[in-house]
Design a protein around this ligand. Structure first.
Ligand SMILES: [Zn+2]
Length: 283
């Protein structure tokens, strides 16, 4: 191939990639013009500094503060810049990138409420390991838990939401289902669990069952939180979901569950103590 041909080819590729990026609206602009902050690896658990009084929040938590992890894309949509962090905050105000797919999805060795080999069996490695330990602890306490749904891609969420809208209308659908990009299931860190006591259904009464109560009491010991607690819809944007758990690591999970707060409130409190305003509720 001649140099001239190679040059023409190269220019064509650059133009094509540029056009594709424009069309998909994927170019991210950090609001303050600085390059995105690299996020910590998923497997790195925070190591709290032992101090006499209130310990300082781990640097990883500070780096994950909502006002430090958001950018506006070409379509004017607020998109998180730390999708691969175990502390990513995704909600109705904070979209996951449409092209975000976790790179370390695996199938946890736990019971599922369905038999087909669906992609929704998958979770990110760190969440899958934690789930295996959660389910082992449940089994020891004679608590029956099964996974109903784990990872969901952007495209799957898109179809699911469209289906709910066609069935219930947009307003009702938005209270219990997420627009594509706004579902935690896309992170590979969240999943729905249920039990035989409610026919492996996803319903509010699950919170009153033995298994639902066990989950509230023990989820944090394995790094999970009940992501959408009761009476917090104005903060999380979603109605009570006692079946939806989210991996954040034991350190943050214990703080969230001990205080009976949401992930949004946790970050708000960290931001206040760090002397910063976050403004990160999903109202
Ligand atoms: Zn869920």
């Amino acid at each position: 191939m001649s140099n001239k041909r190679m040059l023409i080819g190269l220019i064509a590729v650059i133009v094509a990639v540029g056009a594709w990026t424009q069309v998909n609206g994927l170019t991210l602009k950090k609001r303050d013009g600085t390059p995105p902050v690299p996020t910590a690896t998923a497997s790195a658990e925070p190591s709290p500094q032992p101090t006499a009084s209130e310990p300082p929040q781990d640097a990883r938590v500070i780096a994950s503060l909502p006002n430090r992890t958001i950018a506006t894309n070409d379509l004017g949509i607020a998109v998180v810049t730390n999708a691969e962090s175990t502390l990513v905050l995704a909600n109705k105000k904070r979209n996951l990138p449409a092209d975000y797919e976790p790179s370390d999805l695996v199938i946890p060795n736990v019971p599922f409420a369905f038999s087909d080999n669906s992609p929704k069996k998958q979770l990110r490695q760190v969440a899958a390991d934690a789930l295996e330990s959660l389910f082992a602890a449940a089994k020891e306490d004679s608590i029956d838990l099964k996974v109903v749904s784990g990872y969901r891609s952007y495209k799957t969420q898109q179809s699911l939401f469209a289906y709910y809208v066609s069935k219930h209308g947009e307003e009702a659908a938005a209270r219990f289902s997420a627009h594509a990009g706004q579902s935690e299931h896309q992170t590979g860190l969240a999943l729905d669990v249920s039990s035989a006591s409610v026919g492996y259904g996803l319903e509010e009464s699950y919170g009153e069952t033995l298994e639902g109560k066990w989950l509230v009491a023990h989820a944090a010991e394995h790094g999970f939180i009940i992501r959408y607690p009761k009476d917090k819809e104005d903060i999380t944007g979603y109605s009570y979901e006692p079946w939806h758990i989210r991996y954040v690591g034991t350190d943050v999970a214990k703080q969230v569950m001990d205080k009976g707060i949401t992930l949004e409130e946790f970050f708000d409190a960290v931001a206040v103590s760090a002397g910063k305003s976050a403004g990160n509720t999903a109202k």
